[in-house]
Write a protein that binds this ligand. Structure first.
Ligand code: C2E
Ligand code: MG
Ligand code: MG
Length: 946
């Protein structure tokens, strides 16, 4: 570019000089031409002067002849005028000719005067000759005159006339003749002769004068002077012509030289132009993004690559600052560094993270150069390379490398000949080989011999055919250990389609195979007791039923459930719980035949299949044996634990013919056994199914019970065991239905929970309880609070807390006067959400109590995390209180643990003084039960405890 500017300037200068020279040449040429015509003109005039001079001179030859005087005047005038013009012309140019011109003028004047004189004399002469001629004729005719005289006059006249016309006649001859004539005249005394003599004498004298004046005219140097003038101007002209020719030649020479320089310069500029075009083409089609900005950093040029890379059309960005491409992730420091460098006039190299028109990210490697022309900043040129693909690929490579190094799978990269190129860390971990030990080795060093050569042949065939092989290999490690690996080998081809590499990814199957065996075992066994599990049970029963059907034999399913096992687990710890379960399992095995199928279904549920029974009653015998054997205390460490069980029996084909029905019915029978006092055996009966019908009826009736005012509340006091005085009240619901009669809450609450009636029922209970509490508290301030049972389902109500608070406000009851009883089931179902709900209630002052503690599956460790104030020990424990009972140990443990955790402990269902005594000694805080009071109406409480 800079070169181009310089070149243009030089060419212009040379061209200017050339034009100047040509102009000078033209002027010089013009001057030469002008000088030439001036010279020609002057020279012509001078020649004319010479001619006139010659002409005038020729008049002198007309002696004694006719002379054209007008012509002489005309020529004189002409001469005069030409001379005047020549003088004035020459004076303008050649001042040094003035002397010469003056001389010419003077001599010309002289010549004119001489000619005047000549004219006068010649006229005289002509007259004289005419007179003489006439006289001579007279003489010739006169007879008196002698012949001699006559001849002499004739001769004299002849000589005079000849003398007049030429110089060859000697004047002395004429004088002699005249003298002779004078003598004769004297002799003859003739007048004519005297006259003749005198006139001849005069004529001779005139002739003499004419000859003299002709002589004078002849010697006038006018002609020579004119010649000199001519020479002079010729010399001057030649001198100036010589100088101008020299000038012309010189300029011509220079012009030719300059023309040559111009041609050279033109050739040079053509070359530069070609270079510029090539440069332009290169810029336009370069892989580089080219952006040119002015000094204000406004874009003045972008190339095609820019358009392709950024998605902007040139016209969209012209006049804009290149920062329109800036992305949010571009570090601002880059611009600072760039500006500092450019301000110093230096080139900047770096990287941009820009944004395309469509918002995607464009990585660019960039150089920005400030362009100076003759020390002045004119542009900035940015050359940028789109390196997005490279960066992305690099990122992927880094990711790939990370994956390669950190994956648990062994990765082997081999060349086309199966020689190791690279392996990852996992490979080294599995096989014990470092990369450097095996690099370049054929992979066959991994072969253990577990696969024969046909296997490998097949592997290669498949790999070459499909490009991939998958399968299990047993390889050998550096230590000689057999390594089973799940392997995927892939062919990697290059651009030409030839195999470049193989990659093998291997999953170590050692652990998996061991765990698979374990898993297979676990899939069918219970890990704790090593009895069969439920899955195996179902498969086994399915087959057993098929056999029984074929053989028409009787089969029994026994559902054995330990009574209150969970509480042992929680209070004495899981280790003891597990040991109890293992003890139960071995008792079951000892009680049953080897052919009987025993399984454990998790928790404390055991299910047994008895095949080939003689009669259904045989099952009861086995079941009773089970119960009997289990009732023997199990000794674990210092504890001697009694675990009773409830057993339900279902018989094939009597109670069901498929797996599900038999299991369901055995389960129902087991629940029936529990309901009827636990520690006993029950067969499935039709009545159990009737129970289901009863539940459906409850469901129907419940839906309209509230509107029909079928519910009312009763209240049961809770009293301080230490003082035997009332302390609080538990609210319990009662339902009197016209068709179903008195339905106990144990029966309808679960149904209400299922059909959703529990929500409205819950508000009814809360409202009624608050109303009653207010009255009871007013009649007896010893009654500190009321315990209200709240179902876990009620907590799903989004505004439960707000609604409860509103009810409290209506009845002027404080939250601290309410204890919310939740069942253990709630605790089991607890989630972070429900925990925070409970915490919310507690934050508002409510007390929280865990009801029926010991029947569910919660544990003390669970409770620790819950916002709970009170633990209510279930009635079934209290029932078990007796001398030497294992329940005693459990109850003492529960109370002790609950108290250390800071809970208030309530025991419900106290019916005997013995129970009351035991609990009181065990440090239980509160008691509730028929011994103190049955649940009664509010009015009765007020009446009895005021
Ligand atoms: P719960 O909350 O554990 O209530 C104690 C149950 O034991 C009550 O039975 C009570 O009458 C009974 N009981 C108290 N002392 C003795 C005793 O010394 N001997 C005997 N044999 N029984 C005694 P109820 O009223 O039949 O309630 C049964 C269950 O129904 C309650 O157990 C509670 O879980 C549920 N329930 C009762 N009322 C409501 C209620 O308003 N809302 C909710 N959600 N559940 C309720
Ligand atoms: Mg309760
Ligand atoms: Mg209870």
């Amino acid at each position: 570019m800079i070169e181009k500017f310089k070149q243009t300037d030089r060419t212009t200068f040379i061209l200017f000089i050339f034009i100047l020279f040509v102009f000078i040449m033209f002027v010089t040429g013009y001057k030469i031409k002008e000088g030439m015509s001036h010279y020609a003109l002057q020279s012509n005039k001078i020649t004319t002067l010479q001619l006139i001079d010659k002409e005038l001179y020729s008049f002198t030859f007309t002696t004694n002849k006719f002379t054209n005087y007008d012509e002489i005047d005309k020529q004189e005038n002409k001469f005069h005028q030409i001379l005047k013009r020549v003088s004035s012309d020459l004076q303008k140019y050649n001042t040094d000719t003035s002397v010469l011109l003056k001389d010419i003028s003077k001599n010309f004047q002289k010549k004119v005067e001489d000619l005047e004189y000549f004219k006068a004399q010649n006229s005289t002469l002509i007259n004289s000759s005419h007179f003489l001629f006439d006289l001579q004729r007279t003489i010739s005719d006169a007879s008196e005159i002698s012949l001699q005289a006559k001849n002499l006059t004739n001769e004299t006249l002849f000589y005079i006339l000849r003398y007049a016309s030429s110089d060859y006649i000697d004047k002395k001859i004429i004088d002699k003749k005249l003298n002779k004539l004078k003598i004769i005249a004297n002799n003859e005394k003739k007048q004519y002769l005297y006259t003749f003599y005198r006139h001849s004498k005069v004529m001779l004298q005139t002739l003499q004068s004419l000859k003299e004046v002709s002589q004078e005219i002849q010697i006038n140097p006018l002609y020579q002077q004119i010649e000199m003038l001519k020479l002079h101007i010729t010399r001057d002209y030649e001198k100036s012509l010589q100088y101008q020719t020299w000038l012309l030649n010189t300029f011509f020479f220079f012009a030719v030289f300059i023309l040559f320089a111009l041609i050279l310069s033109h050739l040079e500029s053509i070359k530069i132009k070609k270079e510029l075009l090539a440069f332009k083409y290169a810029v336009e089609h370069s892989d580089n993004i080219v952006v040119i900005t002015d000094i204000e950093r406004k874009i003045i040029y972008v190339n095609e690559t820019f358009e392709k890379a950024t998605g902007y059309k040139a016209k969209e960005v012209l006049g804009e600052n290149p920062r329109i491409l800036k992305s949010d992730i571009q570090d601002e420091n880059v611009y600072e560094e760039l500006n500092t460098k450019l301000a110093k006039g230096e080139k900047w190299d770096g990287q941009f993270i820009n944004k395309r028109k469509d918002g995607t990210i464009l990585y660019e490697k960039a150089s920005i150069v400030p362009v100076f022309i003759e020390g002045k900043l004119v542009n900035y040129i940015a050359l940028k390379l789109d390196i997005t693909a490279y960066i992305e690929k690099n990122k992927k490579l880094v990711q790939a490398a990370t994956v390669f190094e950190n994956t648990e799978e062994a990765i082997i990269i081999a060349d086309a000949e199966g020689k190791v190129v690279s392996v990852n860390r996992a490979f080294t971990n599995i096989y014990g080989y470092m990369l450097k030990q095996i690099q370049g080795k054929n992979l066959s060093f991994l072969q253990s011999g577990a696969q024969d050569k046909y296997f490998y042949e097949d592997l290669w065939n498949q790999l070459l055919k499909n490009g991939i092989w998958k399968g299990k290999l047993v390889n050998i490690s550096s230590a000689g250990e057999l390594i089973p690996v799940w392997t995927t080998i892939k062919q990697i081809t290059n651009d030409k389609g030839n195999v470049a590499n193989y990659t093998a990814v291997q999953t170590d199957l050692r652990e998996l195979e061991t765990s698979q065996k374990k898993a297979d075992y676990l899939a069918y066994h219970d890990a704790l007791t090593e009895l069969y599990n439920r899955t195996h049970f179902e498969e086994y029963l399915f087959h057993a039923l098929a056999v029984a059907r074929r053989n028409q034999t009787i089969l029994a399913v026994l559902f054995v459930d330990l009574d209150r096992f969970k509480i042992i687990n929680d209070t004495l710890g899981h280790d003891i719980g597990d040991e109890v379960l293992q003890g139960v399992a071995s008792r079951l095995k000892a009680t049953l035949r080897d052919s009987d199928f025993i399984s454990r279904w998790g928790g404390d549920e055991f299910v047994v299949i008895l095949e080939n029974l003689e009669s259904a009653s045989d099952a009861a015998i086995v079941a009773t044996n089970i119960i009997k054997n289990l009732a023997e205390p199990i000794k674990i460490n210092e504890h001697s634990l009694v675990t009773t069980a409830s057993v339900g029996i279902a018989i094939y084909p009597e109670n069901g013919e498929d797996v599900n029905t038999l299991v369901k019915h055995a389960d129902s029978a087991m629940y029936f056994a529990k309901e009827t006092g636990k520690n006993n055996v029950r067969y499935y009966t039709k009545e159990l199914s009737q129970n289901i019908q009863y539940k459906l009826n409850i469901d129907m009736e419940l839906r309209s019970a509230l509107q029909n005012n079928e519910f009312h509340m009763v209240f049961q006091p809770q009293y301080k065991l230490s003082t035997n005085s009332i302390f609080s009240i538990e609210a319990l619901i009662r339902w009197q239905n016209p068709t179903l009669g008195n339905v106990p809450p144990d029966k309808f609450i679960p149904v209400a929970e299922e059909n959703g009636v529990i929500i409205t029922l819950g508000y009814f209970v809360f409202e009624e309880s608050c109303k009653a509490f207010k009255q009871m508290h007013q009649s007896n301030t010893q009654i500190k609070y009321i315990a209200i049972n709240v179902s876990s389902l009620q907590f799903k109500e989004p505004n439960l807390l707000e609604n409860f608070l509103a009810i409290l406000k209506r009845h002027n009851v404080k939250p601290s006067e309410i204890e919310i009883e939740i069942t253990e089931r709630f605790v089991m179902e607890q989630t972070v959400a429900s925990m925070s709900i409970l915490q919310n209630f507690r934050d508002h002052g409510f007390k929280i109590s865990i009801d029926d503690f010991g029947t569910g599956y919660s544990s003390m460790s669970y409770l620790k995390q819950l916002p709970v104030d009170t633990i209510k020990i279930d009635k079934s424990f209290v029932d078990g209180i007796a001398q030497e009972s294992s329940d005693n140990i459990v109850i003492e443990a529960i109370i002790a643990l609950a108290k250390t955790l800071g809970y208030t402990v309530v025991s419900e269902g106290i019916e005997t003084e013995e129970q009351e005594d035991f609990l009181s000694k065990a440090n239980c805080d509160l008691g509730q039960g028929y011994l103190f009071s049955k649940p009664v109406r509010c009015e009765e409480i007020m009446e009895r405890f005021h």
